[in-house]
Design a protein around this ligand. Structure first.
Ligand code: PAF
Length: 280
């Protein structure tokens, strides 16, 4: 089918599994698309797997970051079609932000407003993400949507958002794909210098060290130590949270409910995120 840019055409597409992206796809995204195609097939969805490619202006904190965000639609379409996507939905801005009617900004669910996580370094980011997701689910007939665990807070946000908005969309988690040395795949990795690329391994090492302990405070101290030893100074957070709502563990809760270790740190001015299940 190829690229769809028109509202009518995407609305006429049958129920599908949607893989929302901002394009410039890396091999980790491609695996999520492959998963989306499998899930659509398993559910017998006539719309197949649809990948959306939309660089969403309202989720950028920095206008320059938005302006220079890499766009490679033709290459993205070829990659998606290759692994079984039915179509790529690449809407113009007016479709996502119609100028002729009032735009609804959904409330950001609690999991997206927690102190100590993404809100610290990217205030307002999740408002833009919620806005674009609700709009996508309105215009694309989405039965299910795939979100990578790499952005774990965003995955939990999507789950809470569809519940809050009573949207019948099943949220499907996709695993984090890693480079051979363990670095989580991300479109941002291309910005790392050679030396920074090596230093970035410490993020995965810190997470692995963190999940080796079953007490949250010991884990957090261990992660801080590994990051400091690698010379990573700009750490936004290196924390252990309950996996389902990303709240800190209450005393006595650890070990009884699943947790998550999460790190966001800067290397060479590039903001990198990663997380793993806790404890190991
Ligand atoms: O993860 C992303 O690429 C974006 O935040 C998303 C989910 C496509 C919304 O713009």
């Amino acid at each position: 089918m190829g690229v769809i840019t028109e509202l009518d055409a995407i609305r006429a597409n049958g129920a599908c599994v949607l893989v929302p992206t901002m394009g410039f796809l890396h091999p980790g995204h491609v695996e999520l698309v492959r998963q989306g195609a499998r899930e659509a097939e398993a559910r017998g969805l006539e719309g197949g797997c649809v990948v959306s490619v939309f660089v969403n202006p309202s989720q950028f904190n920095d206008a320059r970051d938005f302006a220079v965000y890499p766009r490679e639609l033709e290459r993205d379409v070829a990659l998606c079609m290759d692994v079984g996507a039915r179509a790529v939905f690449a809407p113009p801005n007016e479709v996502m932000y119609p100028p002729d009617r009032e735009i609804r900004w959904p409330d950001v669910p609690k999991v997206g407003r927690l102190p100590g996580l993404e809100e610290v370094g990217r205030p307002g980011h999740f408002e833009g993400v919620c806005r674009v997701l609700v709009r996508l689910f309105e215009v694309v007939p989405t039965a299910a949507a795939v979100f990578g665990e790499k952005d774990f807070q965003q995955l939990q946000l999507a789950r809470s958002l569809v519940e809050q908005e009573a949207m019948p969309v099943e949220i499907l988690p996709g695993p984090t794909y890693r480079e051979a040395d363990g670095l989580a795949m991300s479109s941002r990795n291309v910005h790392l210098s050679e030396e920074g690329r090596v230093r970035a391994r410490a993020i995965g090492a810190a997470l692995r060290e963190g999940r080796a302990h079953d007490d949250p405070e010991t884990s957090e101290r261990a992660m801080a130590r590994v990051l400091a030893e690698a010379g990573i100074e700009r750490v936004e957070y290196a924390t252990v949270r309950c996996a389902h709502d990303l709240m800190p563990f209450e005393p006595g809760e650890a070990g009884r409910i699943p947790g998550r270790v999460l790190i966001t740190a800067y290397i060479d001015d590039t903001r990198l995120l990663d997380n793993m299940a806790w404890p190991a």
